[in-house]
Write a protein that binds this ligand. Structure first.
Ligand code: PMP
Length: 413
């Protein structure tokens, strides 16, 4: 017989269950305050223009839904292999070879419950307490928390607005220490909307040669690139880069499948196996019928043109949003080359008092514009850039025009 004790402590006469220090130290998503207030206002009937979305506004394409329905009807409702069914891992291997020039066997690939889970599991599989992880600003909010949950230390590298916030080889070199275990790269970037060029990545790869640093290359926005931007997988740059890289990707953004929770990682066999061992105790496997839908998403002959339609629409919106922002005083931003975000520097408005609200940073800025002009956007502070705010263009052109009219009027009053 086993027995266990749940420690409790009394607080103001109430019995409270103990919370681990690890869990207590994880802050709630700092973007949540704005998004839940926006929801509250919308529920009250306020016409809020929402630039907060971190997901495509398109529905999942029908052929993918149909594949899931077919799988359900065929009884694909049981546990699968912990790393995902081999047919899906083979489809991912074929995709990586064809589109990214990367040769991985299905055993070098693991399917996870969303790209976020891939990131968490990768950190758990690679990092030890005290390890340092180089994280350029701006970073996606989940990276620092998953680094810390693995007991490692995020080494935040300040980047330069004039270099589109991309880390330079010199900055990378300076941040390297004997304790550096990992570099996190996310291109195209959330929240920055920038994409590293192949040459920029090559120069970073060169700096790492001769080190043991693992590169976590989050390529989840790879299909959403604009203009003459070229996407290249970090692992494809050289044999050295291939050996040190964990390539992370997922179906959420490319196929508008955020709710399906499908992400994956590819890399050295021993790391993928370690992730599989962790996964076998965490989730057993990715959702079974969703895996069959993922095979269809990746392999259907119409996939390319379906994705292209969404990409082209994002491109139109991103161009328009950037043009409009650049015509507003103190909202300058480069035209996005990837993902679906503009990330203007609005810090010239800090210190102003707008309709009785003092704007001291991005949190105040987001709060004030939501309350006063009913525009929801995401403050830059949780991404490490308090000078900026993030506007998603995963909404219609009409909404973008309306929201930017409001932003312009609010800022120029
Ligand atoms: N990486 C980045 C940079 C992201 O922005 C996101 C989603 N916001 C993810 C990974 C994870 O996406 P998902 O868990 O939906 O696959």
């Amino acid at each position: 017989m086993c027995c266990y004790v749940i420690k409790t402590k009394f607080l103001k006469g109430e019995r409270r269950m103990k919370i681990s220090k690890r869990a207590a130290d994880v802050p709630p998503s700092a973007t949540l305050a704005v998004t839940s207030r926006a929801k509250e206002l919308k529920a009250k009937g306020v016409d809020v223009v929402d630039f907060g979305a971190g997901e495509p506004d398109f529905d999942t394409p029908d052929y993918i839904k149909e594949a899931a329905i077919k799988a359900l009807k065929a009884g694909k409702t049981k546990y699968t292999a912990e790393s995902g069914i081999v047919e899906l891992r083979s489809a991912i291997a074929a995709k990586l070879e064809k589109e990214n020039g990367l040769k991985y066997t299905p055993e070098q690939i693991i399917v996870n419950i969303g790209g976020k889970h891939s990131v968490y599991e990768a950190m758990q599989a690679v990092l030890d307490p005290g390890d340092e992880v180089i994280l350029p600003i701006p970073y996606w909010v989940t990276y620092p928390e998953t680094i810390k949950l693995a007991g490692a230390i995020p080494i935040i590298v300040q980047t330069d607005k004039n270099n589109s916030y991309k880390i330079t080889p010199a900055q990378l070199k300076k941040a390297l220490t004997k304790k550096t275990a990992m570099l996190v790269l996310n291109s195209p970037s959330n929240p920055g909307g920038f994409t590293y060029t192949p040459d920029e990545l090559k120069a970073l790869a060169k700096v790492l040669e001769g080190t043991k640093v693992v590169v976590l290359s989050d390529e989840i926005y790879e299909k959403l690139i604009y203009g003459d931007t070229k996407f290249v997988s970090f692992a494809s740059l050289s044999k050295d880069a291939y050996d040190r890289t964990l390539t992370l990707n997922g179906l959420s953004k490319t196929f508008s499948m955020t709710g399906w929770r499908l992400g994956y990682a590819a890399g050295p066999l021993e790391v993928i196996k370690a992730m599989g061992r962790l996964q076998s105790h965490m989730t057993s496997n990715p959702v079974t019928f969703a895996q069959y839908a993922a095979i269809a998403a990746l392999s259907d002959p119409t996939a390319g043109q379906t994705v292209e339609k969404m990409r082209a629409e994002f491109e139109r919106r991103g161009k328009y949003m950037a043009e409009r922002l650049n015509s507003i005083k103190g909202a300058k931003c480069p035209e996005p080359t990837g993902a679906f975000y503009c990330f203007p520097d609005v810090s010239s408005h800090y210190g102003r008092n707008i309709n009785g609200m003092k704007i001291t940073g991005s949190m105040d800025f987001a709060k004030a514009i939501l309350e006063q002009a009913n525009v929801a956007l995401v403050p830059g502070l949780p991404f490490g850039c308090d000078n900026n705010v993030r506007l998603s263009f995963a909404c219609s052109l009409e909404q973008i025009a309306k929201g930017l009219d409001r932003l312009e009027k609010w800022l120029t009053q």
